[in-house]
Design a binder for this molecule. Structure first.
Ligand SMILES: [Zn+2]
Length: 267
């Protein structure tokens, strides 16, 4: 199994990333992607991935960090790191009103423009999208970005079936977190059931969103992605072992062979 989205540079994991990854591996989670929230954090995620064989990184500016200092040269530098598999997370968050809409949108537009302008470097990596209560606004922005729709994954999907259709019509992947396990998340489970098998991924978004049966535990950790996988199989009425194999194949196809190679070195 692969935790395709966690934040191991957050202070919750300070000094114990090696232990967290070892525990994940014991639970069957052979690789993780630690996702950046600012350009300075992108330098940290890539440096951390450089220290741990099973850990990979992304480089991007999260919409809720759109007010943080932003240095596009740092982002490019992080993107050139050999363990950087993706851009993001980037997008829009309409659940919170700070940073203001206009600031979130400006950072999103600039970021997409840079990724496009960086040619092979930009186009050569998939893009992790943060979209909260913003599907109708964000999907058209991505569609007009000049980047292929199948380069995007909507991470931590918390929308309903019509939101899922917007993302799928764009050509994107959809990734689910522990939210799937929450009793009140019926619409998210309904959406999970209609995503084609080859467009699905799973993640923890650790340190946030601990799934049932460890809900409320903080920090959430990559090893808990096993509970997300079980909830996804149950929501779809699928065999959990077969679905896990499919999820691994999907993550490798989307993020690249480096993820598979790390499993082969540590079966
Ligand atoms: Zn995240």
């Amino acid at each position: 199994m692969i935790d395709t989205h966690c934040h191991l540079t957050f202070p919750d994991f300070s000094g114990r990333v090696g232990e967290v990854l070892a525990e994940a591996a014991r639970a069957g989670v052979h690789s993780c992607i630690t996702v950046a929230t600012t350009t300075a954090d992108a330098l940290r995620t890539t440096a951390l991935a450089g220290e741990h064989e099973r850990l990979f990184a992304s480089a991007g500016v999260h919409p809720l960090y759109a007010d943080a200092p932003c240095d596009w040269d740092e982002l490019r530098q992080a993107g050139e790191h050999p363990k950087c598999l993706a851009w993001g997370e980037l997008g829009l968050d309409r659940h919170y009103d700070t940073p203001p809409e206009s600031r979130q949108r400006a950072i999103l537009d600039e970021q997409l423009a840079h990724i496009r302008a960086w040619g092979t470097l930009g186009l050569g990596k998939p893009i992790i999208v943060h979209c909260r209560k913003a599907f109708h606004e964000l999907v058209p922005v991505l569609a007009r970005s000049g980047l292929p729709g199948n380069q995007f994954v909507f991470h931590c999907f918390t929308g309903d079936s019509s939101d899922a259709r917007l993302a799928l019509d764009l050509g994107a992947m959809i990734s689910f977190t522990g939210v799937l396990t929450f009793p009140n998340a019926r619409e998210v489970r309904a959406a999970a059931a209609l995503v084609p098998r080859d467009r699905l991924m799973i993640e923890t978004d650790a340190p946030f969103l601990s799934p049932q049966p460890v809900r409320g535990a903080h920090p959430n950790e990559p090893k808990h992605v096993v509970h997300v996988a079980a909830a996804l199989a149950s929501a779809r009425g699928e065999d959990p072992i077969e679905l896990n194999e499919q999820l691994d194949r999907n993550a490798v196809a989307f993020f690249g062979d480096a993820l598979r190679d790390s499993r082969m070195r540590h079966p």
